[in-house]
Design a protein around this ligand. Structure first.
Ligand SMILES: Nc1ncnc2c1ncn2[C@@H]1O[C@H](COP(=O)(O)OP(=O)(O)O)[C@@H](O)[C@H]1O
Ligand SMILES: [Mg+2]
Length: 450
């Protein structure tokens, strides 16, 4: 008898599945029982080694990462959770949204929706610490945007000098350097204009001799930022926000499918903007009249987060900061990557990125590991300290069926098979286009969505 079979005969010796609260996901192969996912409940349970409810999902493409998340969302919706899909690059959450009676918001060139990444929740007038924190958040965002633009252009990374100039420019645009007690609104074009037409105050603050000197030294910075206003993302993130999210809807999704043609870097940059925007705009609670109450719990899904995480060290730092900021709102953060090296490829600029990446991974106690190739499993082992049992499960068992994953609750491992209802299988099917391509006769007349 192998250890696969033994738990069936001695279930009490095998590790027990977590308590039956939250969303019923499928089978726990270890105990032979049902497996329920309840990130927030796990944190509250003193018997489980989970300190925060954030979830990181890893796995090769096609292993069922997205389907597992969609199942989790749908089942948690029954328990009163709401979901925000923060950037859906393939429009694959749309069928689920429509099934729940919600139309996703499309973001793309030529569409009306605008989203200003420099939005912020209202700071209390005169609260200096809050003002500084917001400016710090924007500096990180700007550095990440500039870094992403330069990376695509094969240029040098963001320097400390760039950061200093951005900080002073933001203080100038918002008016905090003039003892302002509230922030004037910022958009990318406003910041860009300030860099193109620096005030004497700004030139002095950055210690340049004169305007000419300032303009010469900051040309690369200006041009990189300008790409958001003139490049493929023009008209998306460079104006005041027009998107209004309904706090009572069971699900909200911001679709980026129209951007796909522009490439992974454009999508990654868009995700960066979405993340910054969502982290800084505190969710409205939806409980009318009660002001700042906790409201209903919310899941924030960052599927395909790796597209942002590959954009360089500043993008990883911004993602990390956004996750930390979001924690204070009580949201449950779910991020999807293919492999840990998505985070580490940003590390070509040095060990700082690797440190940030490790920190980021250790910010989550709940990890869902779908099937991986042996080489990637080595990476996972190296960074997360998987151990031989989990490594074996990830490269063997989990590769032999979609929806199979090792759920890590801290050091506790559970082999879980997510089970989909036939209706869910239809809603979550991301292979339908492949199938349609093979059987043209079966593709229906509405298959022309492009
Ligand atoms: N638990 C499951 N049971 C049956 N089919 C599944 C399951 N999980 C995923 N699938 C199917 O496998 C395909 C790939 O899943 P998907 O979630 O898109 O993969 P990933 O996000 O990892 O690339 C989809 O067509 C989906 O319907
Ligand atoms: Mg997916």
């Amino acid at each position: 008898m192998t250890s696969d079979q033994a738990p069936v005969l001695w279930p009490l010796i095998a590790g027990q599945a977590p308590p039956a609260t939250g969303a019923l996901m499928g089978w726990d192969l270890g105990s032979g029982g049902l497996f329920h996912a309840d990130p927030a409940g796990w944190v509250l349970d003193p018997n489980l080694p989970v300190a925060n409810p954030n979830v990181f999902v890893f796995g090769k493409p096609g292993r069922g990462k997205s389907a597992t998340i969609k199942a989790l969302i749908l089942r948690m919706a029954d328990l009163g959770h709401r979901t925000l899909v923060l950037g859906d690059p393939k429009d694959e959450y749309a069928p689920l949204c429509r099934a729940l009676g919600v139309e996703p918001v499309d973001l793309g060139p030529g569409l009306p929706a605008r989203l200003n990444p420099y939005d912020t929740h209202a700071t209390r007038p005169g609260d200096q610490a809050e003002l500084d924190a917001t400016i710090g958040h924007w500096v990180r965002l700007t550095a990440a945007l500039v870094g992403a633009a330069r990376r695509s252009g094969g240029r040098a990374p963001v320097t400390p000098t760039d950061t200093t100039v951005v900080t002073h420019a933001l203080r100038d645009v918002t008016g905090v350097n003039r003892a302002g007690t509230r922030l004037a609104p910022v958009t990318v074009p406003l910041l860009w204009q300030r860099l193109a037409q620096p005030t004497q105050e700004l030139i002095d603050a950055c210690s340049y001799a004169d305007a000419r000197h300032f303009l010469d030294e900051t040309r690369l910075l200006r041009d990189s930022l300008g790409q958001l206003v003139t490049g493929t993302l023009a008209g998306l993130f460079d104006a005041p926000t027009t998107v209004r999210l309904d706090p009572d809807a069971p699900i909200q999704s911001l679709s980026l499918a129209r951007l796909n043609a522009a490439g992974d870097d454009a999508v990654g940059t868009a995700l960066l903007c979405l993340n910054a925007w969502a982290a800084a705009t505190r969710p409205s609670t939806g409980t009318k009249g009660s002001g700042e109450g906790p409201g209903r719990p919310r899941l924030v899904v960052r599927d395909e987060a790796w597209k942002q995480l590959r954009l360089g060290v500043d993008a990883v730092a911004a993602f990390d900061a956004d996750l930390r900021l979001s924690r204070s709102t009580g949201d449950i953060q779910i991020a999807v990557a293919h492999k840990p090296s998505d985070l580490l490829t940003a590390g070509d600029t040095g060990s700082q990125a690797v440190e940030i990446a490790r920190d980021l991974l250790h910010l989550t106690d709940i990890r869902i590991l779908h099937g991986q190739d042996p080489a990637t499993a080595d990476d996972l082992d190296h960074i997360l300290g998987l151990g031989p049992v989990a490594r074996q499960a990830v490269t063997g068992w989990a590769m032999h069926g979609t929806g199979r994953a090792v759920w890590c609750l801290g050091p506790r491992l559970h082999r879980v098979q997510t089970v989909l209802h036939p209706l869910e299988q239809q809603l979550y099917d991301t292979n339908s286009r492949l199938r349609d391509g093979r059987n043209p006769s079966r593709s229906s007349s509405n298959g022309s969505t492009g």
